[in-house]
Each structure stands twice: as structure tokens, then as C-alpha cells.
Design a protein around this ligand. Structure first.
Ligand code: TYD
Length: 140
């Protein structure tokens, strides 16, 4: 997937291999369904119901996020103020989040969020202040 096709947040249907009698496998594979080199994988779980996480944006990080179980609600906002809402509740659906989006996230207590990330963890990549996010100018 070329980068220019993927610079806005969107849900992506991944293939479900299998059937209800057998169960399913879903595959996320670099150069076929993931538009970046995966450098880090993390997962979030046992989040208290109704707690809102996130409250940050990333300067460079791009992510493909799955709800492997439970339900996850995402609110995303671009620097220009475009707002997006997504609900993940199916393990075969990924949410692509480009760099530069402020996010708030609500997970059901039974949710397991899997994130495939384009960069290793660097705290300096976070913008944790909303005003800083709105004023941030990317330097290439
Ligand atoms: P953070 O990304 O702020 O989580 P959320 O937006 O879901 O609330 O991360 C929470 C804490 O975990 C923060 O102190 C940084 C740490 N952390 C790492 O050390 N490595 C990682 O790869 C991630 C994602 C977080």
C-alpha cells in the first residue's frame, strides 16, 4: 500500500481465513496489508470500563490497530480539526492511524487492543498537550 494512499484514518477489512466450523485466521503482512515496516507490537488490556485513554498525537508514528476481543471506540482529530469516529469490535478489522492525529480511546474491560507500530517507542514522538498539537509544525 503506497504511503500516499493511506494518510487519513480508515478501517481496513482483513481477510478471514476459515469458517465458523473451524475458526478463523487473520494475517497482517508487510507490503500486502500493512503500509509500513512493523518495528514494534504492543497490546493493551484490562482497561476499566469508561476510562478514556490516549490524549496525545504522534509526530511520526503510524499504527494499525485491532480489537482482538471486546470493543474499542476511537475519536481522532487532525491538526486542521477534521474529526473521525471509529468502533472496532471485530478481530479482522484494522484501524489505520497515520501520524499527526489526536486520539482518545475507550476500551471495554474485556478488550484486547493490538497495535502494529511503524517505530520503536520514543517518548519524544508524543505530543501530549492539545495546544502543542494544534501548533505543531512538522520539520522534514
Ligand atoms: P501511552 O502510549 O501514553 O498509552 P495510552 O495512550 O493508551 O494511555 O503509554 C502508557 C505508558 O506506557 C507510558 O508511560 C509509556 C509506556 N509505553 C512504553 O514504555 N512503551 C510502549 O511501547 C508504549 C506504547 C507505552
Amino acid at each position: 500500500m503506497p504511503r500516499e494512499m493511506a494518510e487519513y484514518p480508515k478501517l481496513i477489512d482483513f481477510k478471514e481465513i476459515g469458517n465458523s466450523a473451524l475458526g478463523y485466521i487473520t494475517v497482517a503482512e508487510y507490503q500486502k496489508s500493512i503500509p509500513f515496516d512493523i518495528k514494534r507490537v504492543y497490546w493493551t488490556y484490562y482497561t476499566p470500563n469508561n476510562l478514556v485513554r490516549g490524549h496525545h498525537a504522534h509526530k511520526e508514528l503510524r499504527q494499525m490497530i485491532f480489537a482482538l476481543s471486546g470493543q474499542i471506540e476511537f475519536q481522532l482529530e487532525s491538526q486542521a480539526g477534521e474529526a473521525y469516529e471509529f468502533k472496532l469490535d471485530k478481530p479482522s478489522v484494522g484501524l489505520y492511524v497515520p501520524s499527526g492525529f489526536w486520539r482518545t480511546i475507550k476500551l471495554s474491560h474485556n478488550a484486547v487492543l493490538l497495535c502494529l507500530a511503524s517505530e520503536v517507542y520514543v517518548e519524544a514522538d508524543y505530543i501530549r498537550d492539545y495546544k502543542d498539537f494544534k501548533n505543531y509544525t512538522k520539520i522534514d
